[in-house]
Write a protein that binds this ligand. Structure first.
Ligand code: PHE
Length: 345
């Protein structure tokens, strides 16, 4: 009877208590089993009554155990249910998208990589030598003023510290540290002190390229850049080269691509707006030229043995054409309504 009371009063709220209960009353070494042992010592006349008594005690222990076990299992599954409401809408996972200038840069890099160019990097804060002097910009020459430079330190002739105005400084660093053959492109952000408007900004992005080896000719320059234009704008695109001037190249040329103003349905390139081509049918996309022998010598490359070509283009200008963007400022305003439009691009 004492054990019967113990069983009824036992609190089972945890798995641990359930296991303790099983050991104490249900198991083979538990109290009920102990009583069955005693049964053998009881006189034969009493054995039957006591046997019945013990069997009902055993059933009670068994039932109590099972009921408690079920209760615990149910309460456990109930605890999980409120946390996971499968009818709730999901929390939107807002992923960003690549910036249009990144997309264009990646595309241009990919094209030149397939033509055998590798990617080089260099500093944005630069010494005058790398940005100007080594590139054949004479001291006090007006060509320096073509690029409205942000100076950081004025240290006297050739020693100023400045924000690079083009990525050509990286070309100088490459030529100083490596011997030809050189075949590299240099993407980067460059800085020029210009008033901010739809057509100009105080910084923009460039990709320049450099190819130096024995017997590199102007034909190689034209072939490479024509190939590039066809890859980027489609195989129907035409190019033309116009004579130009850069201190570090001789001869120099600017390359235009054809703009199909009069094509039915508008121009594939400038959208028929004549915004970019100004009605001429041609849009300028890059500057180029044969590396001036003075530059090669300034950088420790034998100009009798080697020749090379270089080119440079603004990524914004290309992105404007590809995406028909009319205002440069959009690229740096971080307006998601603008940026979202390039998610699928
Ligand atoms: N560095 C020139 C610029 O910033 C671009 C260029 C590069 C032109 C190489 C010719 C050759 O305008």
């Amino acid at each position: 009877n004492e054990i019967r009371q113990q069983i009824t009063a036992y609190t089972i709220d945890t798995k641990e208590q359930l296991e303790n209960f099983r050991i104490a009353y249900v198991g083979r070494k538990g109290a009920v089993a102990g009583l069955f042992e005693l049964l053998k010592t009881v006189p034969a006349e009493e054995r039957r009554a006591m046997g019945q008594e013990l069997n009902s005690l055993k059933d009670l222990a068994q039932e109590t155990f099972q009921a408690a076990q079920e209760r615990l299992e149910n309460s456990q599954s109930q605890q999980v249910t409120p946390d996971v409401d499968l009818t709730l809408p999901t929390i939107p996972n807002e992923t960003g998208s690549l910036h249009p200038l990144t997309l264009i840069r990646q595309r241009i890099v990919e094209i030149f990589e397939r033509l055998g160019f590798n990617v080089a990097d260099g500093p944005e804060i630069e010494e005058d030598w790398y940005n100007f002097t080594a590139l054949n910009f004479p001291e006090n020459h007006p060509a320096r003023e073509m690029q409205d430079t942000f100076f950081i330190e004025k240290n006297g002739p050739g020693k100023d510290i400045l924000l690079h105005t083009h990525t050509s400084n990286i070309q100088v660093r490459l030529m100083e540290t490596q011997q030809p053959p050189l075949r590299s492109i240099m993407p980067g952000r460059v800085y020029r002190n210009e008033a901010i408007s739809a057509r100009a900004h105080c910084f923009f992005h460039q990709i320049e390229g450099l190819y130096i080896d024995e017997n590199v000719s102007f034909k190689d320059l034209k072939d490479t850049l024509y190939q590039f234009a066809q890859e980027l704008f489609g195989s129907e695109v035409q190019v033309r080269f116009r004579p130009s001037y850069f201190p570090f190249t001789e001869p120099s040329a600017e390359m235009d691509i054809s703009c199909e103003m009069h094509r039915p349905g508008g121009c594939r390139i400038c959208g028929g707006t004549q915004n970019q081509c100004k009605g001429t049918g041609w849009v300028e996309i890059l500057g180029s030229g044969m590396v001036d022998p003075n530059v090669l010598e300034n950088c420790g490359i034998d100009s009798k043995k080697y020749t090379g070509f270089a080119f440079g283009m603004g990524i914004e200008r290309i992105a404007n054409l590809k995406y028909r963007v009319r205002d440069l400022r959009l690229y740096s305003e971080n307006d998601v309504r603008f940026l979202r439009q390039f998610e699928q691009a």
